[in-house]
Design a protein around this ligand. Structure first.
Ligand SMILES: Cc1cc2nc3c(=O)[nH]c(=O)nc-3n(C[C@H](O)[C@H](O)[C@H](O)COP(=O)(O)OP(=O)(O)OC[C@H]3O[C@@H](n4cnc5c(N)ncnc54)[C@H](O)[C@@H]3O)c2cc1C
Length: 327
């Protein structure tokens, strides 16, 4: 994002930053991806000039933190056609009703981007909701997650939640506009998945050099080297894929299907890498203390959020064949 207090920089630089964050902690990368990519990205792409001037500078300074409320308790993969959260206009106010599930940062953040179906024209519209001051807005923190444990996810309830027209994203008219945001962030998950694989791999390399069995470092055994070589090949393929996507993105040529291809490919390869890394640690791979189980669990969340593997494959499949298997 350029201007509005944002640092700017190339699309590639942003990708590398996401990868490096995830290489250390996929939770932190996810927190940042939700705030910067999904919440700020929604305002950057769909907000009026006035809305961008008002919201983006404090968000860029992290003085206000954002979240992105699309998924619902009963509607996940099918949000494109099936949102049940409604928006009804009453003069200069919109009345929102419904629930949003899984919303990262929601239990503690300041600003929620809420996507709801306008009962008048049946189109999805985006709203900027101030969490702490808007009547009818409440959040319950979700418990018992096995992955991305540092990220707080919330169940948002909108009970006759009243939002001024000035807070409706003025340039968004339908779900196509929501999908513009998702295209950008899905591709970003590809970079994060690559970083997650790198983090697990690097821990595995160190362990293979330090852990002794049969009087030798386990890294000297051929079957352990086979695991490491397979991990490295997957990581290299992922890095090439996301780098190419960033080039297409910079040229303005990245499509929904490109973003889905990258997200699907990298998360599948990452899932393999973290499983091999965990395996290399033997029993210690099950313990949180060895810093590989965390990557193993976090890869599961990256694999499913921002659209599951099946949905990404169906988007790519539609582009290949011309037939949609899901609408
Ligand atoms: C850690 C985490 C953080 C998240 N953060 C956010 C957030 O900040 N904001 C937000 O809005 N959402 C968020 N989500 C929600 C996430 O995007 C959804 O979980 C995801 O889109 C899948 O929806 P679902 O979980 O309802 O699964 P479902 O849609 O119920 O799918 C269940 C299974 O059915 C499969 N399936 C569904 N439809 C088809 C089909 N047509 N063909 C073949 N298979 C199909 C799916 O692939 C999946 O395997 C988050 C989720 C997680 C786990």
């Amino acid at each position: 994002m350029q201007g509005y207090g944002c640092r700017g920089g190339s699309i590639r630089l942003f990708g590398f930053a996401q990868m490096e964050m995830a290489r250390v902690d996929p939770s932190f990368a996810t927190f940042f991806g939700v705030h910067d990519g999904l919440a700020m990205g929604s305002i950057y792409l769909g907000g009026s000039e006035e809305q961008k001037q008002k919201w983006l500078p404090p968000m860029a300074r992290l003085e206000k933190i954002g979240c992105f409320g699309l998924t619902e308790p009963l509607v996940g993969s099918g949000t494109g056609g099936g949102l049940t959260t409604t928006a009804k206009r009453e003069g200069d106010t919109w009345v929102l009703n419904g629930q949003k599930k899984w919303i990262g940062n929601a239990p503690w953040c300041d600003v929620s981007i809420i996507w709801a179906r306008d009962v008048a024209d049946n189109q999805v519209k985006g709203f900027i909701v101030e969490n702490k001051t808007t009547p009818g807005f409440s959040v319950e923190k979700m418990q018992h997650k096995i992955a991305l444990r540092v990220v707080q996810n919330g169940l948002i309830t909108l009970d006759n939640c009243r939002v001024p027209e000035a807070n409706r994203l003025q340039n968004d008219r339908s779900f196509r506009d929501t999908a513009r945001v998702l295209r950008m962030t899905r591709y970003g998950v590809g970079w994060m998945a690559t970083g997650c694989a790198m983090g697990a791999y690097e821990n595995a390399v160190t362990y293979s050099q330090e852990r002794l069995q049969f009087g030798k470092p386990i890294g000297s055994f051929q079957l352990i080297q086979d695991l490491l070589a397979k991990m490295l090949a997957n990581i290299t393929a992922c890095q090439c894929m996301v780098l190419r996507m960033s080039q297409l993105h910079e040229e303005g040529k990245m499509t929904d299907q490109h973003a889905s291809l990258a997200k699907a490919f990298t998360t599948v390869r990452t899932r393999e890498v973290v499983a091999w890394a965990r395996e290399l640690f033997g029993g210690n791979g099950i313990l949180l203390d060895y810093n590989v189980a965390r990557f193993f669990a976090d890869a599961e969340a990256l694999y499913s959020y921002e659209g599951t593997l099946q949905m990404q494959q169906l988007i790519v499949g539609k582009a290949i064949t011309g037939f949609s298997a899901f609408v």
